[in-house]
Design a binder for this molecule. Sequence first.
Ligand code: MG
Length: 464
Amino acid sequence: MIPLGDSPFLQELKFTTNGIRGVANVDLTPYTCTRIGQAIGTYLKKGASVVLCTDYRTSGPMIKSALISGLLSSGVSVSDAGHVPTPALQKFIKDSARFSMGLIITASHNPPEFNGIKVIDSDGIEIPPKKEDDIEKAYKNWKADADLPSWEKTGVFNNESGVINHYVKNIMHNTNINKDNAHKIHVIVDPGNGVTCSYIQNLLDCLGVKYTTIFDTPDGRFPNRVSEPTPESLQVLSRKVVEEGASFGIGFDGDGDRAIFVDNNGIFHWGDESFAVILDDLLETYKNWVVTPVSSSVLVEDVVKAHGAKLEWTKVGSITVSRRMLELDAIIAGEENGGIFYKPHQPVRDGGMALALIVGVLTRQSCEMTSLFKALPKYFLHKETIQVKQKDKEKIISRVKDAVKGETVLTLDGVKVFKDGGSVLIRPSGTEPKFRSFADGKTKEIAEQLSKWGIDLIKQASKD
Ligand code: MG
């Protein structure tokens, strides 16, 4: 008898903003993952095909085997692409046009005990909320004595090769580099023992740059750094860039869809800054829509306006950004967490494409990376958080909206107030009883004042 435990997953499945997430062998067990496989199989119907992959998390093979078992038993065929980064599978799903869905077994940047399933639609983008609801319902209505197909109608299993080659080839196809200068660039690459290890040397060889890699052996326990790229987790990368006199450093998150850059002086730059560097180059010729979530700095707006292009702010979350890009026919989008979406390649977060775009800018402009950042308007950031009661979150956001009437605001996701040449984003945490007040300003003092003003608004709105 397989032990079932007491996870909420036994009762129901709930998609998070990042797909299905939970702790391996607590939430994601052989029982729940087989049931997820059968629920997806029931939703897709017999005869459908899916492709799946994993990162290097230790629980990957266990979860994958159970999912495959559930899918095949429902009459859905499965192709296993092995260890590949998230954007590579997304690109393959869209271009091969052979699959109803893709399943990426990863917990992105979460600690090693976590795992998850990102569910990808046939267009290569995460499935919309309606399809998530349908899968949740199929999971809830699942019965152990479900009407399974007879033995000759169970799904067919295949291994899928060629996903990485397809991905690298398409990045190169959409990269505009000056080949004469590529050999002068020396990149320090930190995949953080994540799934980027599976292809990054292949891409760097194609780009023609010199490179040195650190933390480059696959290890799903993430022994060297947490898999979220932050100023703290990329300290070894920063030091290595300076020691080697390299052109820049790049650090990836666990599943390779986000990339953060360190310049030639070892200085860490958030994703909206590297996005602004790419924009400053791209918008010399492209003048149409650019998309970014409200979590980005006003810096992005400054650069877009300076080039006469148009900026669309969206809610936070990669699926919202991807779908809005398609609606507006925007060529590019970017996030402060290191997500770059480049539509000529694909309209989803893509760490490998971000690397190629930056190499493109450096080889064509033939300059140091630090000068690209120095050419941008300078903003200082200040971030504060405050504890609130979980039940007060909605009341607070509604009162803050009332309190900022008359200011220039966006209320798509939390409240973003544009003030004193900068901005402050007041937003509840999705998972904890907290509010965050993130500000950017032309000086350190302005950023601090704006952030404190945001905290004061939250305190006022919390009163009974
Ligand atoms: Mg990720």
